[in-house]
Ligand binder design. Structure first.
Ligand SMILES: C[S@@+](CC[C@H](N)C(=O)[O-])C[C@H]1O[C@@H](n2cnc3c(N)ncnc32)[C@H](O)[C@@H]1O
Length: 272
């Protein structure tokens, strides 16, 4: 099976996404989603940004590689009575059946960054966006001291080395790489802007329990624990992650966790 698909179908990202809803809504409010806008949410998961975009009246198509998340997203859309949101299975590296210039806005929040072959991803996002349209990406930043960049950094130190030729998803958090990838897709550098932004993970459980959700349901952390268990280092990994979650938590209520995490917000304004 495609390892990229297997990674995201392995766990249940809905359990993490449930802690990201407020920031998802906040982001959608800031990026100019309006009634009737044709929006593609790429790597949409169960709809953290697709659902609020549809609530604002946009015509939203969500695409995600993980079958379980597609099903979960469509369930959420149905429960919310959103007939203007459909989620289907697809791969950001090849959006084959989606027509050129189909969307006014392509959004990908911590989604397309996880696909392999980033130059193909940039080309596909540009292809399906109409001239004068916009692409907005949210990408975690390598070396950033906040939660997700650190989880991925710590986890990678316990996981087996990646296969040869592997391009780290975190490179999408580096402006020079972003500019290079969109330039190869025909977008001038002046049309690409990158700025730091923040997502807050909010959940009514302690930091330790929140880490438990990552260990049980978040593919990259599940893989790291499996590898660490195989070579007797699972306790060390747990201690490192517990320290991280405790240190990042800003809630003073011991039964809650609130952790802000910095990401790179990429905005690409396509020439007309
Ligand atoms: C960290 S989750 C983010 C989900 C959602 N955007 C959110 O903010 O809740 C990453 C998502 O990207 C999806 N994904 C990973 N690789 C993909 C690919 N090649 N094509 C489409 N989706 C992909 C995963 O299945 C997963 O839903």
């Amino acid at each position: 099976m495609n390892p990229n698909k297997a990674l995201w179908e392995k766990g249940d990202f809905t359990r993490i996404a449930a802690t990201m809803r407020e920031s998802g809504e906040g982001l959608v409010d800031r990026i100019g989603v309006t009634e009737g806008l044709k929006v593609l949410d790429l790597g949409c998961g169960d709809g953290t940004t697709a659902v609020p975009a549809a609530r604002l009246g946009a015509e939203v198509l969500g695409v995600d590689i993980a079958r379980n998340l597609v099903e979960a997203g469509n369930r959420r859309a149905k429960e919310a009575g959103l007939t203007n949101l459909t989620i289907q299975e697809g791969d950001a590296t090849d959006l084959g059946e989606l027509a050129d210039d189909r969307f006014d806005l392509v959004v990908s929040i911590f989604g397309a960054m996880f696909a392999p072959r980033p130059f193909d991803v940039a080309r596909e996002m540009v292809r399906v966006t109409r001239p004068g349209g916009r692409i907005v990406m949210g990408n975690w930043i390598p070396g950033d001291p906040t939660l997700v960049a650190q989880i991925l950094k710590i986890s990678s130190a316990y996981a087996p080395p990646p296969p040869e030729g592997f391009v780290s998803p975190m490179t999408w958090g580096v402006t020079d790489h972003v500019v290079e990838r969109f330039a190869a897709a025909g977008v001038p550098e002046a049309k690409v802007s990158c700025a730091p932004d923040t997502f807050v993970f909010n959940t009514p459980v302690s930091p330790k329990e929140f880490l438990g959700l990552f260990r049980t349901y978040y593919g990259p952390t599940m893989n790291a624990f499996e590898a660490a268990e195989a070579d007797g280092r699972a306790d060390a990994l747990l201690v490192e992650l517990e320290e991280l979650f405790e240190a990042q938590n800003q809630s003073t209520d011991g039964t809650r966790t609130s952790i802000p995490a910095t990401f790179l917000r990429v905005t690409v304004d396509l020439p007309r």
